[in-house]
Design a protein around this ligand. Structure first.
Ligand SMILES: Nc1ncnc2c1ncn2[C@@H]1O[C@H](COP(=O)(O)OP(=O)(O)OP(=O)(O)O)[C@@H](O)[C@H]1O
Length: 616
């Protein structure tokens, strides 16, 4: 590469003794720099700052140079070691081979490769005391848009600097994608641990699912058949764009398995680059990290569904005026969670939230549970008596779950308490004032129940200040996000897990009679079963979600095909097993989980065998 560059330098009529770098550098007018810079300059500046802080020794001068050889930006310490270089790399200086011969940036621009030009590798003798490393930066169409250079007086002290430079260049490319605005970004790689790093592949699609750009790694991943601008999403992936767009809405950041139209299995995450107004500050590269690197903390309830959101908004307003809220919804739709949210968002948040499930307490005990009792009020009463739930909720919120199951005879007493805001404990005539807000919940239709005389009509109107209906899980628009949220929580203490696309599809299309509670259980089980494999597939979902027949046919197509290892004459059983392991890992491109799956063994077993092989 250096020899080729020297030959070109000679052809340009330069001679090694020329002094052009330090004495009379060619500089374009500063005004032109902004015209040249644009997107590249905005994307490069923050990454250069970060890189400069990380490099040692501290006398490196970093420069971002566009494809026309113009220095857009440079950073260096103002010390004697970097002074000369700061001058050479000042914004506007030109670094084309035609002007300066062989240097790191001019050679990298020409060759489109990373290069180290040290000492006498430089064509011009005046640069022989310096070393420069330069790496190309590729744009949205995979073509070169500039180079990132690091130069210093003296030699390179470690290869770590070069590695950091290359990673910074990838990060700049990533930022340029984030700046695109109003696109769906597909982050992908064969390896889960690469996802979310500057080494991931990136593809950008517009609203119609047409390819807008792909970074260099994305281009490499799709080198056959090759990417062309405007290609349709469905030409590349075995998934409809509408489905991917649904992820976009929910920003599903749990990586999942995606299959290309050529049968390759990839890990992918999807994000949306937000709309950008011209001149707006650069959007920082999204913290779009893999499950391994993301600090997973239990998150709050998922409330992105518009019906839930609007219900919460209305209920909050009513509750703020002490209007009782009645929550309707199938079992497990989150009625208690909703009630707690109301309480916690209200002026009573510092008071108690007292919940009682009217269907789970025997009718004979409900009365004393609710109203409390004095000692000796009935056989078996507690010594010293007991404070009832209503009294406990004083200055807070009383949540009566499954109120439709409250015995009729108690309904009248509850109504009196609500009207008079006072009660007497069982066995006592003393009146106790209670001030509490009321939230009731039921899966039953109370209007109909009261028509059938199963519920007091006057109580129904008393508790029904505002009625909200929580949607069943199968009706929720934020189901994908809920799955993501629950899975993150479930895997928080264990190895991270990705979700295969087929498994996600199955979860999204199931009708969930048990609602969120059932979804929780399903994901908990799947996470436990898939722990060794790295991702959740159809086979980890219970039979009621995915019928056994569907699992069987899926499992025939799932494993990544690995050519059967040849049993060579003279091989021991152990040797042929080791050959099989190596072949599987190679076929799965280093993905140990996939290799274990294709071998029909658990990941832990594969690790054990690899350890044993290492020791030999
Ligand atoms: N918005 C939400 N986001 C995440 N998890 C939720 C959400 N709502 C409810 N859950 C979870 O779903 C489960 C059931 O919730 P909850 O007990 O509130 O439902 P419910 O409708 O009151 O049930 P039931 O009818 O049996 O009383 C709980 O584990 C809860 O943590």
């Amino acid at each position: 590469m250096i020899a080729r560059s020297w030959a070109r330098s000679q052809q340009y009529g330069l001679s090694p003794g020329d002094r052009v770098l330090f004495d009379s550098p060619v500089v374009v007018r500063p005004k032109d720099i902004a015209d040249h810079g644009g997107l590249l300059l905005r994307a490069a500046s923050p990454e250069m700052e970060q890189l400069h802080g990380a490099l040692a020794p501290k006398d490196w001068v970093l420069a971002c140079i566009d494809m026309e050889g113009v220095v857009l930006n440079s950073i260096g310490k103002c010390n004697s070691a970097s002074q000369e270089l700061n001058q050479v790399f000042r914004p506007g200086a030109l670094f084309l081979e035609t002007q300066v011969g062989t240097t790191g940036p001019s050679c990298a621009l020409e060759e489109r490769e990373t290069v180290i030009v040290a000492g006498s590798d430089h064509y011009l003798e005046e640069a022989h005391a310096f070393t420069c490393m330069a790496t190309p930066i590729f744009g949205l169409d995979g073509g070169i848009v500039g180079v990132l250079d690091a130069s210093r007086k003296g030699p390179v002290t470690s290869l770590y600097c070069l590695e950091s430079l290359v990673i910074a260049a990838r990060a700049i490319e990533r930022r340029m994608f984030m700046e695109l605005g109003n696109v769906l970004l597909v982050h992908l790689h064969f390896r889960l641990d690469i996802l979310g790093t500057p080494m991931e592949g990136l593809l950008a699609f517009d609203q119609a699912g047409k390819l807008q750009g792909a970074n260099r790694i994305g281009q490499q991943i799709f080198s056959t058949p090759g990417l062309k601008p405007g290609m349709d999403f469905s030409e590349l992936f075995d998934m409809p764009f509408a489905h991917a767009a649904c992820y976009r809405r929910y920003d599903l950041s749990v990586p999942f398995r995606m299959q290309t139209q050529w049968g390759s299995q990839l890990y992918a995450c999807l994000t949306a680059a937000p709309d950008k107004k011209p001149g707006q500050a650069p959007v920082p590269a999204r913290q779009f990290v893999t499950a391994e690197r993301r600090p997973i903390s239990p998150q709050g309830p998922c409330l992105e569904d518009p019906v839930v959101q609007s219900a919460l908004e209305r209920a909050r307003k009513a509750f703020a005026r002490d209007i009782p809220v009645l929550i309707n919804g199938e079992t497990g739709t989150g009625k208690e969670v909703f009630a707690r949210l109301l309480h916690e968002g209200s002026a009573r948040a510092s008071g108690p939230f007292v919940a009682i499930n009217c269907s789970s307490i025997p009718a004979s005990l409900i009365e004393s549970e609710l109203f409390g009792h004095v000692e000796g009020a009935f056989t078996g009463s507690r010594k010293g008596g007991a404070v009832g739930k209503i009294e406990q909720a004083h200055q807070g919120t009383l949540f009566l779950d499954e109120i439709g199951d409250m015995p009729l005879e108690l309904q009248g007493r509850l109504l009196r308490v609500l009207q008079e805001r006072s009660l007497s404990r069982l066995g006592s005539t003393a009146v106790i004032k209670v001030d509490c807000a009321l939230i009731c919940a039921t899966h039953r239709d109370l209007a109909q129940l009261s028509q059938e005389q199963g519920f007091r009509e006057d109580l129904y109107y008393r508790i029904n200040g505002l009625r909200v209906v929580l949607p069943a899980l199968r009706e929720r628009a934020d189901l994908a996000l809920l799955i993501n949220r629950i899975l993150q929580n479930e895997t928080a203490a264990h190895a991270p897990l990705a979700l295969e696309d087929s498994a996600l599809q199955a979860l999204l299309s199931y009708s969930w009679p048990g609602n969120i509670r059932q979804l929780h259980q399903t994901l908990r089980l799947a996470a436990a079963l898939a722990e060794d494999e790295g991702w959740i597939g159809l086979r980890h979902l219970p039979d009621d979600v995915v019928p056994a027949t569907a699992k069987a046919s899926a499992s025939e197509t799932q494993p990544i095909p690995v050519s059967a290892p040849q049993f060579l004459a003279g091989d021991t059983l152990l040797a042929s097993e080791q050959r099989a392991i190596r072949a599987a890992i190679e076929a799965c491109q280093g993905n140990l989980s996939a290799a274990a799956r294709s071998l029909g063994i658990g990941r832990a077993t594969l690790y054990r065998k690899l350890k044993a092989m290492e020791k030999e």
